[in-house]
Design a protein around this ligand. Structure first.
Ligand code: ASP
Length: 461
């Protein structure tokens, strides 16, 4: 079956292509997002340090306009997720023969688990090298203000390994769709897709309904992308206006350790895997993937980046959508390497702070439970903190440790989300390449997929 191109290049409103355009509109979407990132950071820091507190700064701008536009953008992206994931998995599973689905699925799962386990091991190593919890004054850390977005800790008690596994099978698929429960949703969608493929021509109408609905969702995605730079600016301006730089200071070592491990995972582990197992050039990959990572960074929401991730992999890297439409939503749901890294460092940090000794057995337990915690972490902000309690419980660390890192978690959440989604894309590329489903001519072409970046590209210059 055929998958259509979803993002068509759109011309300027005049349609002539001849009118001179403002310099900003000549920039690709990536360029505009990058500028929005930097401007948002600068404006946020300036607000925090230079603009006196008052109703205009706090209520009208930071808590008003920035909050409204930033959250509005995230909601627009999230609005697309459930219908898009459902349709794309149904279409993906229906289009792929069961044998391929089996081998692709198994390999993907295995790679997701292995990269997560490698990520935690790396985090434990870096944590023990930097020793973030040594010599830190706990009483001053306890005063760090909490992030309003963080989820309440008592929810963590409900997280249980067996339930995490059982919950993959939805008791009620409609409820799973309505609540946006990703794992049961993926399970049900896969099932529907496989049965569609089995029944073939008998269910042609339903099959084309899903394909066409998928087209609608992708078109909606391209429209939402147009407001991305504005959304990114407001999200960052608000975060930095609220937190500033000082709030980070007591936690600099902890942050440094998490960031170092994230950078190693991204720059070394992923790039080595990509080169060794797929022979795909790391620099080209990173260049083409930048805008997706920037989305993940600014929204701290893996789920919201699913559409752009699939689109970028297909148009810029030549990765067959029939693979990515299955592996990317799955990865955004169960493969959280960045989150696992934060959890690994948090374990070392808290153990050092509270003087809890950790031996090889405890480290093995941390690797196993954090891998499961990563599966149970939903791709939305702050959930990694909730599932961290699973890991802490397993090795007897006090949950107070989580409260300590909550205050600065948002900025790390942004960074780890970018790593989470990069991991999904790397594994997808490897699996697709090995299945012979990557068009390397597209991957090597530096200009391939410009329409993903530049939704307003003037095709007739
Ligand atoms: N925000 C992360 C994500 O969406 C999950 C987490 O670590 O809290 O991927």
């Amino acid at each position: 079956m055929e998958f259509r191109n979803h993002l068509q290049p759109t011309e300027g409103p005049d349609g002539s292509g001849g009118r001179p355009r403002l310099p900003l509109s000549r920039l690709s979407l990536t360029g505009r997002i990058l500028i929005a990132l930097v401007l948002g950071l600068l404006v946020g820091v300036a607000f925090h340090y230079l603009v006196p507190a008052g109703p205009v700064r706090d209520d009208v701008l930071v808590g008003g306009v920035f909050y409204l536009v930033g959250q509005g953008f995230i909601r627009l992206m999230q609005m697309l997720v459930v219908p898009l994931v459902f349709c794309s998995i149904v279409c993906g599973a229906a289009a792929i023969d069961t044998k391929t689905l089996g081998s692709v699925g198994l390999k993907t799962l295995l790679l997701y688990l292995l990269t997560t386990a490698a990520a935690i091991s790396l985090a434990l190593g870096v944590g023990n090298l930097i020793n973030p919890g040594e010599g830190v004054d706990m009483s001053s850390l306890a005063a760090v203000p909490g992030d309003g977005d963080a989820a309440p800790l008592d929810e963590a008690a409900a997280t249980n390994t067996m339930d995490t596994l059982l919950n993959i099978i939805p008791k009620n698929p409609v409820a799973a769709l309505a609540n946006g429960d990703m794992l049961p949703l993926i399970f049900f969608a896969l099932f529907v897709g496989i049965v569609l493929a089995r029944l073939g021509r008998r269910v042609e109408t339903v099959h084309s309904f899903f394909v066409q609905f998928n087209d609608i969702m992708m078109e909606m995605t391209s429209l939402v992308m147009k407001v991305a730079p504005l959304g990114v600016f407001c999200l960052l301006a608000r975060t930095f206006a609220n937190v500033g730089f000082e709030a980070f200071l007591p936690m600099v070592k902890y942050m440094g350790a998490v960031l170092a491990a994230l950078a190693l995972q991204l720059g070394v582990t992923y790039m080595a895997l990509l080169w060794v197992f797929a022979r795909m050039g790391p620099l080209m990959f990173l260049r083409k993937f930048f805008s997706v990572a920037a989305f993940g960074f600014s929204t701290a929401t893996s789920n919201a980046t699913i559409p752009l991730n699939i689109e970028t992999l297909e148009k810029k890297m030549g990765v067959d959508r029939r693979i990515s439409s299955f592996t990317i939503p799955l990865g955004a749901t169960i493969n959280m390497d960045g989150t696992a890294i934060m959890q690994g460092v948090a374990v070392v940090f808290t153990a050092q702070l509270f003087g809890v000794p950790l031996g090889p057995a405890e480290y093995a337990t941390v690797i196993a439970t954090a891998t499961l915690a990563s599966i149970g972490t939903a791709g939305v902000p702050s959930v990694g903190l909730i599932t961290l309690s699973m890991v802490f419980n397993a090795v007897g660390l006090p949950l107070e440790g989580i409260a300590l890192i909550m205050g600065i978690d948002r900025i790390l959440d942004m960074c780890r989300t970018a790593v989470n989604i990069t991991g999904d894309a790397v594994v997808t590329s490897i699996v697709a390449k090995q299945a012979g489903r990557v068009d390397m001519a597209v991957f090597r072409d530096p200009d391939a997929g410009r329409e993903v970046d530049d939704v307003r590209v003037a095709v007739r210059q």
